[in-house]
Write a protein that binds this ligand. Structure first.
Ligand code: TRP
Ligand code: SF4
Length: 405
């Protein structure tokens, strides 16, 4: 596998630390990560700077939220042996790349990202007319591009950000690198300068790139300058090739759309903290039981003897996530015939959720009691991430004429 295909198989994703993760995260994002970590080289990170774009006025819970999130990841089985786990702010190179990209990113690209206006509308109580908030998607681009990740698992709402990232990469490469198929185009251009010149050009290039022969470079440049029958772009390609600068520096990533979580909240809407309909991954068993017992059912079943309709009941949605065919059949029959009561019906769901959460809770507890281990995992992950990020930045600085240290 060469390094390019290697990069296409690199996965990167981040999550803002917004408090305890819940079953919606588990059945949506996290289970997907668990699968990906066996298939690709994965980098997963806590996007603490991204959290600041909307929560800059309340940083008191940041630290706790960051560690809680890492513990939740570990508790569900994200494996630090297969995936590098890190914290965004521990890799300051993200900020440097963000800054450099900001120089060449048209304002309009940021203003027309749908989430910009949407979130400002949605979070009206906050002042989001800030520089940082406008830059949110570009910071995300830096997160992605710095690892030259090929695949970015995200939800529907983030696809526009990955799209913009592709445009940013393209623009960067256009300005500071060369187009795809560069090598082939160079070959074609070389053919156009005639056999003798082509041979000379190649020899001079070799002397320059392999032995650092500056005189050879000058001679080659003069040779190219004198060419009348090639286009300006071909000439630029040959200049670029001569100096070894013509290549794709930042890879265009692809969004890997996370299938929408089928996990409904306690009220049948999507499970989300803002709807207060969640069961968190570390919820204690009594609370789990209580929440499920009191969750609403088909409102038509006022009395035990009233038949119901599963399609109108959020509990049925949970059966679709947790129950086998036999149990589902039992629900359908029993509900429509008033053969079972709603408390009976909830029984298997309660058991299934408890069984799912018990090992997660247990593992979380071990990590809670061993914070040093969690810190080590993050230290190691951040170092691995930083190695990659540093390398990319060397090339980025070089491409932008900034490598004079
Ligand atoms: N914006 C993402 C979200 O809100 C989080 C995020 C930040 C991210 N940087 C990223 C996701 C890079 C994928 C890749 O969910
Ligand atoms: Fe919902 Fe089950 Fe009650 Fe029917 S029996 S209304 S499916 S909880």
């Amino acid at each position: 596998m060469n390094s390019l295909t290697n990069q296409q198989h690199r996965v990167l994703s981040g999550m803002r630390p917004t408090g305890a993760l819940h079953l919606g995260h588990y059945h949506g994002v996290l289970k997907n990560w668990l699968k990906l970590q066996h298939e690709y080289e994965c980098f997963f990170f806590v996007a603490d700077w991204h959290a600041l774009t909307t929560h800059y006025d309340d940083v008191s819970i940041m630290e706790a939220s960051v560690w809680d999130m890492v513990i939740d990841w570990l508790a569900v089985g994200v494996n630090p042996g297969s995936a590098s786990l890190f914290i965004q702010s521990r890799v300051p190179e993200h900020a440097e790349l963000h800054l450099l990209l900001s120089m060449m990113t048209p304002l309009g690209w940021l203003e027309r990202v749908p989430s910009y206006k949407d979130q400002q509308e949605k979070l009206k109580e906050k002042d989001l007319a800030t520089y940082g908030f406008l830059g949110y998607p570009l910071l995300q681009s830096a997160d992605i591009l710095i690892y030259r990740a090929g695949l970015v698992p995200v939800g529907e709402d983030q696809v526009a950000h990955v799209e913009m990232t592709r445009e940013v990469a393209r623009r960067f490469n256009h300005l500071y690198g060369r187009e795809p198929g560069f090598e082939e185009k160079v070959e074609a251009a070389i053919k156009k300068i005639g056999k003798k010149n082509a041979k000379l050009y190649k020899e001079l290039r070799k002397r320059y790139t392999e032995q650092g022969d500056a005189e050879a470079l000058q001679t080659a440049k003069a040779l190219l300058d004198g060419q009348q029958n090639i286009t300006l772009s071909d000439k630029e390609r040959l200049f670029g090739y001569l100096e070894g600068s013509g290549r794709i520096i930042l890879t265009e990533p692809e969004a890997l759309l996370t299938p929408a979580s089928k996990m409904p909240g306690l009220d049948g809407q999507k499970m989300s903290k803002s709807y207060q309909n969640t069961i968190s991954l570390r919820e204690d068993p009594q609370a789990v039981e209580q929440k499920l017992r009191t969750m609403p059912t088909d409102p038509a079943r006022v009395r035990r003897t009233d038949p119901g309709e599963p399609e109108k009941c959020p509990v049925w949605q949970l059966h679709q996530v947790y129950s086998n065919e036999e149990t589902q059949e039992w629900v359908q029959q029993g509900c429509r015939s008033a053969g079972i009561g709603c408390i009976d019906c909830k029984g298997p769901v309660i058991d299934a959720v408890q069984a799912e959460l018990a090992p997660i809770r247990e593992r979380a507890k071990q990590y809670e009691e061993n914070r040093g281990l969690v810190r080590n995992i993050i230290n190691e992950g951040s170092e691995r991430a930083r190695d990659v990020a540093r390398q990319t930045m060397v090339e980025v600085r070089q491409a932008m004429g900034l490598e004079y240290r």
